[in-house]
Write a protein that binds this ligand. Structure first.
Ligand SMILES: [Zn+2]
Length: 372
């Protein structure tokens, strides 16, 4: 970028950083001990210019407001702060980048993380996410996606709210008992953000075709149903593979949550993971579960449910912002240690019945058979 180009940009010292004098001959930018940048100058001109670098003044504005500083002085400060992620260079005024004040804090967070906040907010607003399952996982994830600014959310769940859901599915109140979960989630989200487009479906996902019908225009699919075990995930995985849509899977047990993210044809998928784990013992275990006659109660308390959904949403956001990726891994979050662990590493399997090249003849696919 040359000086002429720089004139029309809006430098922004990240809004979570404090700008302060340190003694008489230094200015510091930052808050914590670990992120402080020091300029070795006591200049009043530089101090006041830094305060004007708020994302709403262009470099041209700054020069006209302070006649003592030259373009190369300002440029040197911008370069120094930009290199350590203390400053971003915006192409438009910060005030015009967010709709009102709703996402100002988010924009600050992203820029401060070295991510283009304007770009990511726009991306989120355009996204359409289909969420399969509006129980504890699906509803709390939907709430967080809505608050992150995801513009279009499609929620699929045939179930009605029962009293036993209320302990952990906090979007639902006592007067919602007997109502459809998708209707209650839609109302909750729309009340909080009228701009969001929430659509619903009560289709029960019994086969791949059912799941495909709920994926039209979707950019992402979140699978938050785990009944019947493996079959629900396999069904959504197959549907997403056929439509080339990235997908995310959340699983819960008493002591931990698990998460995996799939990019069809690029990373290992749900069936790749199952292929990777397939052996006699695994098949015996699954077959035994399927023959068990009792229906267990979900052993989940609300803090664990919130930890799980916050963890899943955050990992997905990391994926979207390219901050970190967790593909080809089944991640585990331990509710007791409050810690994330890599549970199983796997890759694309040649014998995967969904994305592999060779046909698998394992008995596993009969045990956890999915319908078209
Ligand atoms: Zn696969």
């Amino acid at each position: 970028m040359d000086y002429i180009e720089l004139l029309s940009y809006y430098p922004m010292v990240h809004r979570d950083k404090l700008i302060y004098r340190y003694g008489t001959d230094a200015i510091r930018i930052g808050t914590d001990d670990t992120d402080v940048v020091q300029l070795n100058t006591g200049s009043e001109d530089i101090f006041s210019i830094l305060k004007l670098m708020d994302g709403n003044h262009s470099v041209d504005d700054l020069l006209s407001m302070n006649t003592k500083l030259k373009i190369y002085d300002i440029s040197a400060i911008i370069v120094k702060l930009f290199k350590v992620h203390a400053l971003s260079i915006l192409t438009k005024k910060l005030d015009s980048l967010t709709s009102g004040n709703r996402f100002k804090s988010d924009v600050t967070y992203y820029y401060s993380e070295g991510i283009d906040g304007y770009e990511i907010l726009n991306k989120l607003a355009r996204l359409k996410i289909t969420i399969f399952g509006a129980g504890g996982g699906g509803s709390l994830i939907a709430l967080q996606l809505a608050n992150l600014g995801v513009g279009n959310i499609h929620i699929v769940d045939p179930d009605v709210i029962s009293e036993s859901n209320l302990n952990r599915q906090i979007l639902f109140s006592a007067k919602d008992v007997g109502k459809l979960k998708v209707d209650a989630v839609k109302k909750y989200l729309s009340d909080r953000n009228p701009k969001i487009n929430v659509t619903t479906s009560t289709r029960r996902i019994e086969g791949v075709t059912d799941a495909v019908k709920e994926l039209s225009d979707a950019d992402w699919a979140f699978c938050c149903i785990d009944e019947p075990p493996y079959i629900a995930q396999r069904t959504v995985n197959r549907a997403c593979f056929s439509r080339n849509i990235p997908s995310l899977y959340g699983f819960t047990s008493r002591d931990s949550a698990k998460l995996m993210i799939v990019y069809p044809g690029k990373t290992g998928c749900v069936d790749c993971l199952l292929t990777n784990r397939d052996n006699l013992q695994f098949r015996k275990l699954i077959a035994s579960f399927q023959n068990a006659s009792f229906l267990p109660i979900t052993p989940l308390i609300v803090p664990n449910m919130m930890l799980e959904t916050a963890w899943i949403t955050r990992r997905w956001l990391d994926e979207l912002t390219k901050k970190a990726s967790c593909v080809n891994t089944l991640l585990r979050f331990d509710f007791n240690k409050l810690k994330e662990e890599k549970f199983i590493s796997f890759g694309r399997e040649n014998e995967c019945p969904t994305c592999g090249k060779e046909c698998s003849s394992s008995k596993l696919w009969e045990i956890i058979q999915i319908k078209d």
